[in-house]
Design a protein around this ligand. Structure first.
Ligand SMILES: [Zn+2]
Length: 158
């Protein structure tokens, strides 16, 4: 076998799957007889396989990382919106209830003060406490909800 034969065999191996039937038969016959080119073919095959699997692995990792990043941002956005909505509703609720109930409550407390025979300062203090109570309850609930969201957030980040 001449040196040209081995070179031709290696050139065909490098071509890989783009061989004609005649070239494949010739190469197969040469590889049966030539251990050097057989080794070369094996190494080439391994390299080709490694190169083929590389982009796939990178793609999968990239896709997974992108998906995780998108999911993380989506959940952050949802939590922020949820919190803003809660704060907005709480403010609206407190504002509405105050506007609607203050005049009525004021009259009720004035009537109860007169009925119990206490001074104006006493029933007015009672009114103030009663009026502040819902705002306090809402604040505590909001605080608890906010803490819950923060804990949840930290949990998902871990
Ligand atoms: Zn050879």
């Amino acid at each position: 076998m001449t040196r040209d034969t081995h070179d031709e065999a290696r050139a065909l191996i490098a071509l890989g799957e783009a061989l004609s039937d005649a070239q494949q038969i010739w190469l197969w016959a040469h590889l049966q007889d030539c251990a050097t080119c057989r080794d070369y073919a094996q190494v080439a095959d391994r390299v080709v396989r490694a190169l083929r699997s590389l982009p796939v692995a990178a793609d999968t990792r990239l896709v997974r990382a992108t998906q995780m990043r998108v999911r993380f941002h989506a959940s952050r956005l949802r939590e922020t919106r949820e919190r803003m909505w809660l704060v907005g509703m709480a403010c609206l609720g407190v504002g509405l209830s105050a506007t609607l109930t203050v005049p009525l409550l004021w009259r009720l407390f004035a009537w109860m003060g007169a009925w119990a025979g206490v001074s104006n300062a006493v029933w007015q203090t009672g009114f103030a406490c009663f009026w502040i109570a819902p705002a306090l309850v809402v604040s505590v609930l909001l605080l608890a909800r906010g803490t819950h969201l923060t804990n949840h957030e930290q949990g998902s980040r871990r």
